[in-house]
Design a protein around this ligand. Structure first.
Ligand SMILES: Nc1ncnc2c1ncn2[C@@H]1O[C@H](COP(=O)(O)OP(=O)(O)OP(=O)(O)O)[C@@H](O)[C@H]1O
Ligand SMILES: [Mg+2]
Length: 377
C-alpha cells in the first residue's frame, strides 16, 4: 500500500515536472510569436488562416476581429496568378515534403493593394492538414531594388549618351583638324617653298631656313594625320575590315607581339555605330595586350552569322582573373557599355597563365536598347 502511494506520488511529481516543462516551452513559443518580429500564421490546406500574430495582421492590414470572424483566408489573400502557382506547384510539393523553402509571393491587403512577401511554410506533422507560415514584408526591399534598378538604368543611359557624345566630338575635332589645320599647314608649306624659290638664289641663308620650315611643316602634317587617324581612322570609311587592318598594322609596329587578323567576309558592311563599337573594342583590347599581356601573339577574328557578327581578340599572354579586376577597370567596362548599347553581348575569358580572349556578339538587326550583362569567366 505504502509502495503504491509512493509510486503514485512519484508519478504525480513527474507529471507536474512535465507539465511545467510543457508550460515553459509554450511560453517560449508564445513569446516568439508575440514578439512580432516576423509575421506568423497557422493555416490549413483548405485555405483558412486559423491563427495569426499581430505582425502578420499588420502586413496584410487586417484586424483581429476579421481573423476571429473567419474572414481571413490565405487563399483569398493570394492574387489569382500566385494562387495558380500555389495550387499547381507549392501545395503538391508541400504535401510530399512537409515544408517549403522560403519563396516570394504577394498578398492582397484589406484595401485590395498588394504586398510582396517572403514566406516559408511547414506542416505540423507528416501528412497533416495544418501548418505554420513565417512571413516577411518585402515592400521596403522591393522599393530599394526598384530604385537601384532605376539608377542603374540611368547610369547606363548616361554612359551611352557620353559615349555617343565622345564619338561625335572626336568626329568633329577630326574634321576640323583635317579641314582647317590641314589647309593652313598646306598653305604654310607652299609659302615656305615660294620663299625659297623667289629669294633662295640671292639669300642662301633664307633658302636654308625655308627648307627647315618646310621640313617642320611636313612633320607637323604627319603628326596631325596621326591624331586625326586615332580620333577617327579614315579606314573606317572603307569598312570595318579595312579599319581592323589599320589597327593591326599600327599594332605590328611594336615588334614584341605579332598581331594577326582574320576577317571572314572582306566585304562585310556594318552601319557606323556597329563599326565604331567593334573598332573601339579592338583598339582597347590591343592596348591592353600591349600594356598588360606580355603576349607573343594576338589574333583578331571577325565572323558573321546570319543575324550577328562575332568578334574575338585572343592573346597568348599571361592572362588575369577578370573578376578580381572588375571594379577598377575602365577599359573593359567601357567595352561592355559600348557593346550593351547596341544590344550585344561581351565575354571575357581569362585566367592567370592562360592568355585572354574577348568575344563580342553584336546583333545586326538590333533596334532597341535591351541589354544583357557582360560575362566574366
Ligand atoms: N589581355 C590582357 N592580358 C592580361 N591582363 C589584362 C588583359 N586585359 C586586361 N588585363 C587586366 O585587366 C585589368 C583591367 O583592364 P582595363 O582595360 O579595364 O583597365 P586598364 O587597362 O588597367 O586601364 P584603362 O582604364 O586605361 O584601360 C588590367 O589592369 C590588367 O590587369
Ligand atoms: Mg585598358
Amino acid at each position: 500500500m505504502l509502495r503504491l502511494l509512493a509510486s503514485q506520488a512519484a508519478t504525480s511529481l513527474e507529471n507536474t515536472r512535465l507539465y511545467r516543462e510543457l508550460e515553459q516551452r509554450e511560453t517560449k513559443i508564445r513569446r516568439l510569436v508575440d514578439a512580432n518580429i516576423i509575421g506568423i500564421f497557422i493555416w490549413d490546406f483548405e485555405g483558412h488562416v486559423l491563427e495569426a500574430n499581430d505582425a502578420f495582421l499588420r502586413i496584410v492590414d487586417y484586424d483581429r476581429e476579421d481573423l476571429m470572424a473567419g474572414r481571413l483566408r490565405w487563399m483569398d489573400l493570394t492574387p489569382p496568378e500566385w494562387l495558380a502557382r500555389d495550387l499547381s506547384q507549392w501545395i503538391p510539393q508541400h504535401k510530399v515534403t512537409g515544408r517549403l523553402e522560403p519563396f516570394e509571393k504577394e498578398y492582397f491587403r484589406k484595401d485590395g493593394s498588394r504586398v510582396p512577401v517572403l514566406i516559408g511554410v511547414a506542416t505540423f506533422e507528416a501528412g497533416g492538414n495544418e501548418g505554420v507560415a513565417f512571413v516577411l514584408d518585402l515592400t521596403e526591399r522591393k522599393k530599394a531594388e526598384h530604385r537601384l534598378r532605376e539608377s542603374y538604368e540611368m547610369l547606363r543611359e548616361l554612359t551611352s549618351r557620353r559615349e555617343t557624345a565622345r564619338e561625335e566630338e572626336r568626329k568633329h575635332i577630326a574634321r576640323e583638324m583635317h579641314d582647317d589645320l590641314g589647309q593652313h599647314l598646306t598653305a604654310l608649306r607652299m609659302r615656305a617653298s615660294m620663299l625659297a624659290v623667289q629669294f633662295g638664289k640671292d639669300l642662301p641663308a633664307l633658302a636654308e631656313q625655308a627648307q627647315a620650315l618646310t621640313a617642320l611643316v611636313d612633320n607637323t602634317m604627319r603628326v596631325v594625320r596621326g591624331v586625326i587617324a586615332s580620333l577617327r581612322p579614315a579606314a573606317l570609311d572603307a569598312g570595318i575590315g579595312a579599319a581592323l587592318e589599320w589597327l593591326a598594322a599600327e599594332f605590328n609596329r611594336n615588334p614584341r607581339t605579332v598581331c594577326r587578323l582574320r576577317v571572314q567576309d572582306e566585304n562585310l558592311v556594318l552601319n557606323e555605330d556597329r563599326a565604331i563599337v567593334l573598332f573601339r573594342v579592338v583598339q582597347e583590347a590591343l592596348t591592353n595586350v600591349a600594356r598588360h599581356a606580355a603576349a607573343s601573339q594576338v589574333t583578331i577574328t571577325l565572323e558573321r552569322t546570319p543575324d550577328s557578327c562575332v568578334l574575338e581578340v585572343r592573346d597568348d599572354g599571361q592572362g588575369f582573373d577578370p573578376l578580381a579586376t572588375r571594379k577598377r577597370s575602365f577599359g573593359l567596362a567601357g567595352m561592355e557599355e559600348r557593346v550593351l548599347m547596341l544590344g550585344g553581348r561581351i565575354v571575357v575569358v581569362s585566367s592567370p597563365g592562360n592568355g585572354c580572349a574577348i568575344i563580342v556578339h553584336l546583333p545586326l538587326f538590333h533596334e532597341t536598347g535591351d541589354a544583357t550583362d557582360m560575362i566574366y569567366t
